[in-house]
Design a protein around this ligand. Sequence first.
Ligand SMILES: Cc1cc2nc3c(=O)[nH]c(=O)nc-3n(C[C@H](O)[C@H](O)[C@H](O)COP(=O)(O)O)c2cc1C
Length: 431
Amino acid sequence: MSGAIDNQQRGTWMLSGKRILLIVCGGIAAYKSLDLVRRLRERGAHVRPAMTQSAQHFVTPLSLATLSGEKVHTELFSLTDETEIGHIELSRSADLIVVAPATANIAAKLAHGIADDLASTLLLATDTKILMAPAMNLRMWLHPATQSNFKLLQERGIAVCGPADGAMACGEFGPGRMSEPLEIVASIERLLGDETKLPLPLANVSMTAQAEPLAGKHVIVTSGPTHEAIDPVRYIANRSSGKQGYAIAAQALAAGARVTLISGPVNLPAPAGVELVRVESALQMHAAAHAALPADIFVAAAAVADWRAAAASKGKIKKGSSGPPKLDLEENPDILASVATLKKGRPFLVIGFAAETDDVKANGAAKLNRKKCDMIVANDVRPESGVMGGDSNSVHLITKSGVETWPELPKGEVARRLVARLASMMRGAGQ
Ligand SMILES: Cc1cc2nc3c(=O)[nH]c(=O)nc-3n(C[C@H](O)[C@H](O)[C@H](O)COP(=O)(O)O)c2cc1C
């Protein structure tokens, strides 16, 4: 495709040559910092690691040194380091300091100006931007002391990524899990200059309240699989989890839109505030989509079954001696094309998703033309990609002007960037 911005890797551009000082503290989540190093290096960043004494009980300096390809700094009073580099130089020469995991202890020290080891001294002796990824037991996180320390740090301009809700190593469930490495990478990219220039989310907030670029707009999102009945107990389905569509609905809502989420059968809670329409089959999804119009933006993220049983049996088909029954299929309506080709009341933007296992970009581009939509978000759903049902996605945005490839990102981040892009397309067209 001519004029294509097909560069693997907007993310590679963004972090290429960036110097990141990674401070690993003493928490169970320290093992995730090893993956974080790998993710940053594959995006071209230089990672210099430092560890607290406690961190070395959880991961070894050797692992960090091997993965980063750099010496690991652990001691404040190190003669060699102080002659060769010095703690001040170490923290000031970085483009960004990342503390992951950030313990309750390091937050308390930085909030109160304590510098009694290498990590806390590095943090205090610099004006380089700092990103902290807290990780701790939920009671430690919810403790008023920890809450007030992180609040104070944020007020002083320190960026915080997470923590997430979830199951903890200690067997409890709640807030305190460290954000996944790819989420931290996304925050780093945003801090070091993302093309969308959206403000960095604090804690679990995915878009700040003042950024409501879709205020007054109606966004319809279809999501999840459809189930096509064969008889009352059996159906044809696919492996879609609905996670990407639900994340888009949540981000459109956070961007100020009124959101109708038309969902096939999934095991996900609907984001509070969306108008949820639950459907089962492609025919029901088609009817619900047209009933929800008019809209400004239509995002067809659902994996709609192409075919349904031509005649679903009213009673359960019995296993008989004559072998398996013959299943006749007929084509389902094309929801995306039916909305994109509306003569009257077509949404300003109609966005389709293409789940492909081969020639992802070529098939996505063909779908863009066939369906007459404004953008196809094409993703690779081969089983080894882990996209179907997984938590991350790597997508190609295909429009008439070219293909743009995004690096692998958490589905929530794909949704945030996509919604920001749709809002800027609307704004660019004066809508
Ligand atoms: C098994 C174990 C797990 C721990 N996990 C965490 C944790 O996830 N988050 C945290 O803030 N502290 C955790 N701690 C407590 C810290 O290791 C302790 O507060 C330590 O002083 C932190 O030192 P640092 O901030 O210098 O790394 C844990 C302690 C133990 C023994």
